[in-house]
Design a protein around this ligand. Sequence first.
Ligand code: ADP
Ligand code: MG
Length: 468
Amino acid sequence: VWDNCLSFIKDNIQPQAYKTWFEPIKPVKLTNKALSIQVPSKFFYEWLEEHYVKLLKVALVKELGNTARLVYIIKMENTYGNKKPFTEKIPSANRSNVKAQEIDVPIKNKSPELKNPFIIPGIRNVKIESQLNPNYNFDNFLEGDSNRLARSAGMAVANKPGGTSFNPLLIFGGVGLGKTHIAHAIGVEIKDKYPEKTVLYISAEKFTQQYIESVKKNTRNDFIHFYQLIDVLIIDDVQFFSGKSGTQDVFFHIFNHLHQNGKQVILTSDKAPVDMQDIEQRLLSRFKWGLSAELQTPDFETRVSIVKNKLYRDGVEMPNDIVEYVAKNIKSNVRELEGAIISLIAQSSFNKKEVTIELAKQVVEKFVKNTKREVSIDYIQKVVSDYFQMDVSTLQSKTRKRHIVQARQLAMFFAKKFTKASLASIGSQIGKRDHATVLHACKTVDNLSSTDKQFRKYVEDLTKKLSL
Ligand code: ADP
Ligand code: MG
């Protein structure tokens, strides 16, 4: 049961949060639909209660039905030198000490599918769940130079959905910079101001899945009709539509219908429209009708205020120099910044240690290492060929033209550097070469980059591109 709950939870939260807050939990027993789980500390329990109780409930109801209950068992640290660990089951009467020990999961819990807006084909009067996350709002989206345009455009749209020239509003920017947060915040604000409006937040991926499903089930028209009922449509990560012409086509129709009827469309993407690949021209030109606003990486001051705000909301105190240390060292991604702070809090609470600069250093180091994105060999070949403006097939070909050989060698070099693949496997993936060729390539790149200035620039540029 717990495993199923976990896999559901895993699908619904960030990997880092899952690792920190759910992996340490031990399932203990299941009696009469009451699942007991053991958590490492009281702080841990409170954190779960504060942040994840809803998710836990949904997962449990899904598994055990409406009478499901959850019992926390807190593992106590023994402070008297006696090594024998003991566990304390919190008595349910002791309510003043700890907020709630046994959660009765209420029957009214609506739909166990957090992610899935439910489409009932052929029924006109569908009630559409907005799928908005109220924790992502404008109040806790801190303003800085990096996001001012996007934030204020978002607020303008929220004040007058469909009534500004920002239609569609496209928010774009790199990973972890707040696109999803703003997208929800706009929806949450609209729901607040105009409760009667039908708002729907959906990821482009989910939209695509639904569309494919509707084609299979012969309900494509119902799918379109459903989306045409919406007043405010928010689609997250539209770069996912790349290369998916069926989905693009259906979205095009839905978009036109909504736009003509003065409905608001909000999109996010990890790229600017000009950089989007494999998206039809007619869609791209629609994207540009309204406003495209970029989210950039926040500057140091903004990062500090984001961290402070988060600590404040979580009721955790942390010395200023530590906050600044973390904000200084984690620069390019707010999600990682928050992740590092969460692990720092968690570490200090598990080990009952003060948060010190040393601890912060360890966490930041580990964090930066851990979150370094694994790049695939395919991706490396693509980046290298793009950089030299050639096709991947050219890079892989047998030709001995100097600039192509160099590109191929660079791809091999980076595959060795950035992946765990063996020389043989790298060789076989990059144009069916053997391991000796790859080894030779790596040596050549090493040599050339210390003797040839132009070549060194290639290596530097590509390193940057690949480690973004
Ligand atoms: P993206 O969708 O661009 O990858 P997210 O919206 O998921 O990024 O943001 C990642 C995390 O960073 C979220 O927890 C979000 O709340 C937080 N975040 C990003 N920008 C800000 C900001 N300006 N103020 C507060 N939190 C932010
Ligand atoms: Mg996102």
